[in-house]
Design a binder for this molecule. Structure first.
Ligand SMILES: O=C(O)CCC(=O)C(=O)O
Ligand SMILES: [Fe+2]
Length: 331
């Protein structure tokens, strides 16, 4: 029997799996609370329950979307486990031994609904992850226009975020897990339907979470499996300490750029619906201050890794090169 612990979204309480690492709770603060503004300005996560970012979509459910979302195609991932570990197709040739952890297919919404039902009998899970685009029907457009653009655009301006890159619609089956990874964008994550558990780690935790190399298809993902952590291979994972929360309908979680996150759809409402607001990061400041912060150092490591892989022009040569460069020399 695995151990469990209890977490709350501020209204309900949920029993969730207890992992090997300790966590603190991410604060839940009103959008009118100056501390909420401060956290966003300082690049710290916060759950905001009252900003009504996607209140105009509060009636979204599978049936409504089925009737209104239009005839566009929706990228859908299929996994024979609970985990949906993202990989970049373009980087697959870089690692010959790489086995794709999930399948992907572009489906109409109608096909997606049918696949959910069929997949259940085949023991396969689905996760729809599609940028909202111009193919959506007029009711969805109207709901979209009703998002709280005033608030989110004011945040973008105040915090000097770059442009909005996209709004991703996520529809997951209960129990689906997006394993721990970081993104290179700022994210206001809006929960529409059902509940999700978020486990976050700051960029300082990079050495404890052992990301795959940048040339690897699973770049930005941790190599550590929380359900089955290999402490021999990844000893510093013992030092990891995180933050966590549960978001429910109406909640917005600010996920700062380069913050690690694992996301778990809580088994309660059958499925979960979420919408992301992804923004490019702040521009590099004209006057850099030292010491660099963890997020700037991660960005620098990524650039150096990419430069080496490009200069060698052969991903197979990167591991030995990197090891020759540091092993036994900096310890
Ligand atoms: O909700 C999920 O399963 C993943 C979301 C995520 O990783 C993100 O919004 O950056
Ligand atoms: Fe993410």
């Amino acid at each position: 029997m695995s151990q469990t612990t209890r977490l709350t979204d501020g209204r309900k309480s949920f029993e969730v799996k207890k992992y090997t690492f300790a966590t603190e709770v991410i604060p839940r603060l009103s959008c009118h609370d100056p501390e909420c503004e401060e956290r966003i300005a300082n690049g710290l996560p916060v759950v905001i329950p009252d900003v009504n970012l996607v209140a105009s979509a509060r009636h979204w459910n599978i049936d409504y979307l089925h009737d209104n979302i239009g005839d566009g195609k929706f990228m859908t991932y299929f996994s024979s486990s609970k985990k949906f570990k993202y990989y970049d197709d373009k980087k697959c040739p870089n690692v010959k031994s790489f086995k794709k952890p999930m399948e992907q297919e572009e489906l109409t919404f109608d096909d997606f609904v049918q696949k959910i039902n069929k997949g259940k009998s085949k023991g396969q899970r689905c996760y729809l992850q599609q940028t909202l685009n111009e193919t959506v029907g007029k009711n969805i457009v109207s709901d979209f226009l009703g998002f709280n653009w005033n608030w989110v655009t004011a945040q973008q301006k105040k915090n000097s975020f770059g442009p909005l890159t996209n709004n991703m619609l996520l529809i997951g089956q209960e129990g689906n897990i997006t394993p721990v990874h970081y993104d290179e964008q700022e994210n206001f994550f809006a929960q529409v339907y059902g509940y999700k558990r978020f486990i976050l780690f700051p960029p300082e935790e990079f050495p404890n979470l052992y990301p795959h190399p940048t040339y690897h298809p699973c770049d930005r993902q941790s190599q550590v499996d929380f359900d089955n952590a290999d402490f021999e291979k990844f000893p510093k994972f013992r030092n990891a300490t995180g933050f966590e929360t549960i978001v429910g309908p109406g909640d917005v979680l600010y996920i700062p750029i380069y913050w690690w996150h694992q996301v778990e759809s809580i088994p309660i409402e059958g499925h979960t619906i979420s919408v992301t607001f992804w923004y490019k990061g702040r521009p590099t400041p004209e006057k850099v201050t030292y010491p660099l912060n963890a997020h700037q150092k991660v960005a620098m490591m990524r650039n150096i890794e990419k430069m080496i892989a490009q200069a060698l022009n052969n991903p197979d040569e990167v591991p030995e090169f990197m090891q020759n460069m540091v092993l036994g020399r900096y310890t």
